[in-house]
Ligand binder design. Structure first.
Ligand code: ADP
Length: 245
């Protein structure tokens, strides 16, 4: 699958990031993501994956280089105006709010009419198969159910781009596999673009249209799962993709 098949959507151009003005955490990051793609940054812990997402979300500045979304540079645009959905491993739901209130929150801050909010909350509860759970509090849900609510909360304002940083890291293997399936299903159904971060190569290979294997702040290879598996560009990619963890 080539980006041309999707149309250009997101592009990183020579992005660099340093926190202490000495060492570059992100050394020279270039990536093209097509509209509707599911692109995964796969790499070991500490390789700079989260830093890339933070720059894309607007929570960290880019030291140099640029990021463009739909052809426009996003430098200087406040995070909430980027209209990007986010799911993190420990992205806590608001504990004092019910599930329905958690889901309504992104729509309330965007000042949608009350009737539309109620409709969408019902619709998304159905999408994540938690109809009838709207009045519960997060503490009354299982880990997997909570993560499904977090996923719905990231999608409910219908962002075109959704960032996910190790969203399944806290779940056990069985639940993780179920959630991989859920995320893939919602991605296919709703058509948003995903930038996903994980250190788990099996997860990346299952879910992604393309994978950027990342190490020490640089993309080592950017390819489809099949190509990465069959034609690793270097020894790092070969050993990382081949690991069974
Ligand atoms: P990954 O997501 O691949 O585990 P990170 O992007 O979290 O990697 O971190 C990459 C490197 O950047 C690490 O060495 C980390 O300590 C450093 N780093 C991340 N955020 C900050 C920060 N706010 N200040 C200083 N160093 C940071």
């Amino acid at each position: 699958m080539q980006a041309a098949q999707y149309g250009e959507f997101l592009s990183f151009n020579h992005v660099k990031k340093t926190f202490d003005q000495k060492s570059l955490v992100v050394r020279d990051f270039n990536l093209e993501v097509g509209r509707g793609e599911f692109v995964t940054l796969l790499g070991p812990s500490g390789s700079g994956k989260t830093t890339v997402l933070m720059m894309l979300a607007g929570f960290e500045n880019v030291t140099s280089g640029s990021i463009t979304l739909q052809g426009k540079p996003i430098t200087g645009i406040a995070p909430y105006k980027r209209n990007i959905g986010m799911v993190f491993q420990n992205y806590a739901l608001f504990p004092h709010m019910t599930v329905a209130q958690n889901l309504a929150y992104p729509l309330t801050v965007r000042k949608l009419p009350k009737s539309e909010i109620a409709q969408r909350v019902e619709h998304y509860l159905k999408l994540i198969e938690l109809q009838g759970f709207g009045d519960r509090h997060p503490a009354q849900l299982s880990g997997g159910q909570r993560q499904r609510v977090a996923l719905a909360r990231a999608l409910i304002f219908e962002p075109e781009l959704v960032l996910m940083d190790e969203p399944l890291g806290a779940l056990d293997k069985k639940l993780r596999e179920q959630m991989q399936f859920e995320i893939t299903r919602l991605h296919k159904q709703l058509g948003f673009t995903v930038v996903y971060v994980t250190h788990d190569q099996a997860e990346a290979l299952t879910m992604s249209s393309r994978i950027a294997v990342f190490n020490q702040g640089m993309v080592q290879q950017y390819d489809t799962p099949d190509q990465l598996y069959e034609q690793p560009a270097n020894a790092f990619v070969a050993s990382f993709i081949g690991e069974n963890n």
